[in-house]
Design a protein around this ligand. Structure first.
Ligand SMILES: Cc1cc2nc3c(=O)[nH]c(=O)nc-3n(C[C@H](O)[C@H](O)[C@H](O)COP(=O)(O)OP(=O)(O)OC[C@H]3O[C@@H](n4cnc5c(N)ncnc54)[C@H](O)[C@@H]3O)c2cc1C
Length: 457
């Protein structure tokens, strides 16, 4: 057998998932000269880029520009894209092992954590994932509906995603029009009657997980005023000590500005609630109210305080609840999964089964470490895994099929309509053209059939 990693026998690597972590893993692999590697990237969607396309808010276009970096990586020799192929069902992991020496799982964390409270599944109680996917035109959520005839919405969580959800609910038609928000969402939000958005944080103002930039944007909304109760920014000694962190300090400064601002008479209000946990969602078939329990912080050291329930409850009337308390992974058949953490068990990227290393199996990104960190966080994280893989090359078992065309023939034989990089570029161009025709940066296709039709043209 030829030595692995020479140019006539490159290390054959499959990456499952085309989000940031997948691309940040592909990049150093394609740059490696010893060993030489080739990368085939699979995604269950016909379109690449994971949450950069389907998560990042449409009114933050600069963040989406990172896809230009990924396009450059994809343009390299020895890289191929196979979209519209779900690993674990369309192609099983043992099948994939027939064609690759190593597999990197970059499949993200695609579902929400649950609150586990009564009423969570009432009509009108929704997940942030579904709302975000819906306004970004993710095919999974194309046909979801949100009752925007309600006047009061509650967003549970104070993290980045909660801020996106609240801000999109708060924006006017004129603010949303120039973005690449999916057309169906734009139309529904144009008719929205929401006038109160309550944001519920489990901990205090000094511990808000959102960034100062996100909080600042709330003060710049055209028709929505952020409202903060002055009592919430009357901080105790330990919370004041926590303001040594620059972001926390800036967050509290912004919240103080909002608390002191005069009433702008805005048609919409965004009310921040701190130290509150949802304990019950009430309603007869549909959400009518939410019960919140007051928390207080305990602990003797700054940055180590914990929120604990006080027993004191308040009830808030509302018609919509968006739960945004974190994401978790979805297991892939034949791949180990830690059900508690919602991640793939691993040691610095090497996948573990019952505590032992599973040779040739690696994880990166949100599936490796859980749903934390911004896009850039995935770069060093993926590099850590790639370094382990490159260390392991000499011990990898060479896959039996070493022909480049073999996977293509296999997918065709299975009648899987995979989407190549060239096919994706056709979809991309068509979306940009549709957008240009209506004065938007992009008008997405929101159904897989539509995307495939563009390719067939
Ligand atoms: C709503 C939201 C907004 C965000 N906004 C920002 C922001 O503004 N700025 C910022 O820096 N960060 C933001 N982030 C964080 C950032 O998006 C993540 O850090 C990053 O996307 C994680 O990358 P990943 O590759 O691990 O996962 P993902 O981006 O989720 O990619 C996973 C990919 O795997 C594919 N996949 C899943 N299962 C399979 C399977 N079985 N077979 C084949 N393919 C599969 C998926 O289709 C997807 O393309 C946001 C996150 C969310 C949820």
């Amino acid at each position: 057998m030829e030595q692995l990693g020479l140019s006539n026998n490159p290390v054959r690597i499959a990456i499952v998932g085309s989000g940031p972590s997948g691309f940040y893993a592909a990049d150093p692999l394609l740059k490696s000269e010893t060993p030489v590697c080739m990368v085939d990237m699979f995604d269950r969607l016909p379109t690449p880029f994971g949450l950069v396309r389907g998560g990042v808010a449409p009114d933050h276009p600069k963040i989406r520009n990172v896809t230009r970096v990924y396009e450059k990586i994809a343009a390299k020799d020895r890289f191929r894209f196979f979209g519209n192929v779900t690993i674990g069902s369309d192609v099983t992991v043992p099948e994939l092992q027939g064609f690759y020496d190593a597999i990197i799982f970059a499949n993200g964390a695609e579902t929400d954590r649950r609150l586990n409270i009564r009423g969570e599944d009432l009509l009108g109680s929704c997940t942030a994932t579904s709302f975000v996917g819906w306004y970004n035109g993710h095919p999974d959520y194309r046909d979801h509906t949100f009752d925007l005839s309600q006047e009061v919405a509650v967003v549970i969580g104070l993290g980045n995603v909660a801020m996106d959800v609240a801000r999109i609910l708060a924006k006017t038609v004129d603010e949303l029009r120039p973005t690449d928000i999916a057309q169906h969402a734009f139309e529904a939000l144009s008719e929205s009657r929401i006038r109160e958005i309550h944001i519920i944080g489990r901990r205090g103002a000094a511990q808000a997980a959102c960034t100062p930039q996100e909080l600042k944007e709330m003060g710049e909304l055209a028709a929505c005023q952020p409202i903060v109760n002055p009592k919430d920014i009357d901080l105790g000694r330990l919370c004041k000590e926590e303001l040594s962190d620059r972001n926390r300090k800036r967050n509290v400064e912004l919240l103080t500005e909002y608390a002191n601002a005069p009433d702008r008479n805005s048609p919409r209000k965004m009310r921040f609630h701190f130290l509150r946990s949802p304990v019950d969602i009430k309603g007869n078939g549909h959400v009518e109210s939410i019960v919140l329990e007051k928390n207080h912080l305990i602990g003797t050291e700054a940055f180590q305080q914990r929120a604990v329930r006080s027993g004191e409850k308040i009830e808030l009337s509302c018609g919509l609840v968006f739960r945004s308390i974190g994401y978790r992974g979805i297991p892939i058949l034949d791949v180990p999964f830690d059900d508690q953490k919602g991640t793939i068990p691993n040691d610095r990227g090497r996948i573990l089964i019952n505590g032992a290393i599973m040779p040739g199996f690696y994880a990166v990104g949100w599936s490796k470490r859980g749903p934390s960190g911004v896009i850039g966080t995935n770069k060093p994280d993926s590099l850590e895994t790639v370094e382990r893989l490159l260390e392991d090359v000499d011990g990898l078992m060479q896959c039996p099929v070493r022909e480049n065309r073999a996977i293509v023939q296999f997918l065709k034989k299975k009648r899987l309509r995979y989407v190549s990089l060239a096919d994706w570029h056709k979809i991309d161009e068509a979306e940009l053209a549709r957008g240009a025709a209506v004065g938007k940066p992009r008008e997405r296709f929101t159904r897989i059939e539509e995307m495939l039709r563009v390719i067939e043209r």
